[in-house]
Design a protein around this ligand. Structure first.
Ligand SMILES: [Zn+2]
Length: 299
């Protein structure tokens, strides 16, 4: 049995998979926000409950909203700032009394979709999360790609390409820089952009309903959002030219994304042709947790 944990900023989810990918059990609970020890305890509890429910023990893979510094193995680059500088792997190993594997959550998404999701059959999968934050993961041959800094896929903390004068210097990001892509293309950024013009905080889902009803302001905010996503991804296509772009996170549930994005990307990329498939993640919100379980796929 393979157990995957998706340690998100708002929810911690656990799943038990059979070796062929069948879901055996699933548990979800709210994240004890800003409470690192509380999170470690919660993860231990979820694993114990999954194993009790299935009557067997499993391997454990954990997806975190950040990554581990390759040498010290301390948490870094995490929007859940209570993970920063913490020996996540060591603390969880001690708590669980067994070896485990910890990965960036976007890398888990990429691996999950590459193994048996929208990216199956594609060698280089670039998986994008447009959710409360914005991030990405890269899978090559079904496995998450790692570089010497454990920072592959930190797409969300590059500046917005082709900025207009109105987009400089951009808003501050938790990472310490200004105008990171995350501050432009996350679902939260889309809602904030709409709120700037209306003065009301409206969920992205409802803004999209206004777009469909022909609301001019909502339509303009949506077009500007798509243009920013396209600018952000054009650099990825120009640099890596992945075999497929797989979209995850809340904004990936917007069907209009898949019609609107390709022509804008074709406009911004260097190549005179644009053939890259853009697909919604198959496992949706479950991709992170499935990808975490697949960290032990081949033993
Ligand atoms: Zn940033």
């Amino acid at each position: 049995m393979l157990i995957g944990i998706d340690w998100g900023g708002t929810k911690i989810e656990g799943i038990a998979l059979s070796p062929n990918g069948r879901e055996l059990a699933r548990i979800r609970q709210d994240t004890p926000r800003h409470d690192y020890d509380g999170c470690i305890t919660a993860i231990g509890g979820i694993i114990a409950r999954l194993e009790a429910e299935c009557g067997t023990s499993g391997t454990v893979g954990i997806g975190i909203p950040g990554s581990l510094e390759p040498h010290s193995r301390l948490g870094k680059g995490a929007s859940s700032t209570w993970l920063l500088g913490r020996p996540v792997e060591r603390d969880l190993t001690e708590r669980l009394g067994r070896a485990l594997r910890v990965e960036n959550d976007a890398d888990c998404l990429a691996a999950s979709e590459a193994v048996d999701g929208a990216g199956a059959g594609h060698n280089v999968v670039f998986a994008v999360i447009l959710g409360s934050g914005a991030g990405a993961g890269i899978a090559v041959g079904g496995r998450a790609h790692h570089g010497p800094n454990n920072s592959a896929g930190e797409w969300g903390h590059n500046p917005l390409p082709f900025p207009t004068i109105h987009e400089l210097p951009g808003t501050p990001c938790y990472c310490g820089k200004h105008g990171c892509l995350e501050t432009w293309v996350s679902g939260r950024a889309f809602e904030a952009d709409y709120a700037r013009h209306t003065g009301t905080q409206t969920p992205a889902r409802l803004v999209m309903e206004k777009v469909r009803e022909g609301d001019r302001l909502a339509g303009l905010v949506w077009q500007r959002y798509i243009d920013r996503v396209a600018r952000g991804l054009s650099v990825v296509v120009n640099t890596l030219d992945p075999d497929i772009l797989v979209m995850g996170g809340g904004m990936s549930n917007v069907p209009e994304l898949y019609e609107a994005l390709p022509p804008r990307l074709a406009h911004y990329t260097f190549s005179t042709v644009f053939h890259t498939p853009i697909a919604q993640s198959r496992h949706g919100d479950s991709s992170g947790v499935r990808g975490a379980a697949w960290l032990w796929k081949d033993g």
